[in-house]
Design a protein around this ligand. Sequence first.
Ligand SMILES: NC(=O)C1=CN([C@@H]2O[C@H](COP(=O)(O)OP(=O)(O)OC[C@H]3O[C@@H](n4cnc5c(N)ncnc54)[C@H](O)[C@@H]3O)[C@@H](O)[C@H]2O)C=CC1
Ligand SMILES: O=C([O-])C1=[NH+]CCC1
Length: 306
Amino acid sequence: IKTTDTEIAQLLDVAELISRLEAVMGEFSQRGAGLVQPVRSVVPLQKHGGFLGLMPAYLAHEDILCTKMVAFYQREQGSSLPTTQATVLLFDPVSGVVSAVMDGEVITARRTAAVSAISAKLLMPRHAEILCLLGSGHQAVSHYEVFTQAFTFKEVRVWSRSKERAEEFARAAGGPVTVCPSVKEAVEGADVIVTATNASEPLLFGKWVKSGAHVAAVGACRPDWRELDDDLMRDAVVYVDSREGAAAESGDVILSGAEVFAELGEMINGSMPAQRDKTTVFKSLGMGIQDAVSAKLVYDKWKSQQ
Ligand SMILES: NC(=O)C1=CN([C@@H]2O[C@H](COP(=O)(O)OP(=O)(O)OC[C@H]3O[C@@H](n4cnc5c(N)ncnc54)[C@H](O)[C@@H]3O)[C@@H](O)[C@H]2O)C=CC1
Ligand SMILES: O=C([O-])C1=[NH+]CCC1
């Protein structure tokens, strides 16, 4: 089959996705033989300011064989092209035949936000009231949708480099969103902060972050890119999706020298604690297993409707 982002948006249910992602992230952190997922291979396209990432995964228990190919670019402001473009291939693992070719943008946006929501559920302060989104692109939109579906906030704020884009974001959101003129004003007093930008230099500084807040850091997926400053990285308890991935790809982890406390899956499994009372950072990079379970959900739902 070939499925488009529009169809996938209808088929990929957030609650089901969260439950599948929790299970697979827990399994990943056990490092059993049933799950094969190398760290993403990234081909730099220096001439064009972009990267091609290859993200294969095999989940033996459920017999899911999948790969995503994702191209990501730091585009000029105002460019009409998306910065992240992806295609997901699902295979029949028995024969190696391709069973589905899927657009990967909705899968990427929704599964990333769902993973952040799992980390927020475990790490954000009890009675969290203020959600702050830094960035107003695809990930900011999907984080808004998933977080407001999974949790209840009294206030949602957005900051973006372009005030017009932030205002557009607020108009399109399904509820009230306050547009903030600076990162500092946006994050002041926030309980949950999502950084979802294409920045390569820190834009979120520890001195602005309320003690006990939770930061879901989604951007900065190259070893020399940052969204968070050294103070925040060193003072917070740092969680990651994959230790190997963070050591290879996260500028925020590598350049700050911060210690990684635990993987999300270790918290899910109960082998490492969720230090909810401290300031916490979940550094997300994205993993092939997350795309694999998302693609399988879409495929099964599609088949059941035929
Ligand atoms: N952790 C994960 O699993 C995933 C992470 N990503 C990363 O998330 C980030 C956002 O992706 P999308 O929302 O798809 O991109 P997008 O292009 O739709 O939105 C990017 C946002 O970042 C802002 N921005 C760009 N350069 C900036 C700068 N220098 N300083 C401050 N803001 C800046 C833009 O104005 C825009 O609001 C990217 O870094 C991407 O690589 C994307 C997919 C999965
Ligand atoms: O997981 C993913 O698809 C990506 N992470 C960073 C750029 C794309």
